[in-house]
Ligand binder design. Structure first.
Ligand SMILES: [Zn+2]
Ligand SMILES: [Zn+2]
Length: 135
């Protein structure tokens, strides 16, 4: 019940909520959604981390290693759309203007939902970044 709130406060809250991760929304979907508000370093990735996965402290270090120095590069380099899950645009490629709804993840992880693939060759286990050893 928010009817008693000052309308200005109510509008401000609406803006704030629209910029926060939805419940169980994954990092990739959230950052992808927020990029329409601009890219400014790892702002959106870090917002997600702080709100949803505060223990993922290596994020600032890992994402640049994967080519994600800012949020748009995270979407370009760290995560790839899992194409069969996306609608196709007129060009035949995936329709980035019309992303599917996040398939959701558990809280506390920065792993993407099934709409995205992590860049291959990277191990995320144990909170420690390691180059995959040739076996
Ligand atoms: Zn950027
Ligand atoms: Zn998602």
């Amino acid at each position: 019940m928010e009817n008693y709130l000052d309308p200005k406060l109510r509008d401000a809250l609406k803006v704030v909520r629209s910029r926060l991760p939805l419940s169980n929304e994954c990092l990739a979907c959230y950052v992808f959604r927020m990029l329409e508000h601009g890219c400014d370093g790892l702002k959106w990735s870090l917002t997600y981390r702080d709100m949803r996965a505060p223990r993922a402290t290596a994020l600032e270090r890992k994402f640049p290693l994967l080519g994600g120095y800012c949020d748009c590069e995270v979407i370009a380099n760290v995560f790839h759309p899992n194409e069969p899950m996306w609608k196709l645009g007129e060009s035949g490629g995936i329709d980035e203007n019309n992303p599917p709804v996040c398939m959701t993840v558990r809280r506390g992880t920065i792993q993407p939902c099934g709409l995205w693939l992590m860049r291959s060759g990277i191990q995320w286990g144990g909170g420690v970044y390691k180059n995959r050893k040739a076996s």
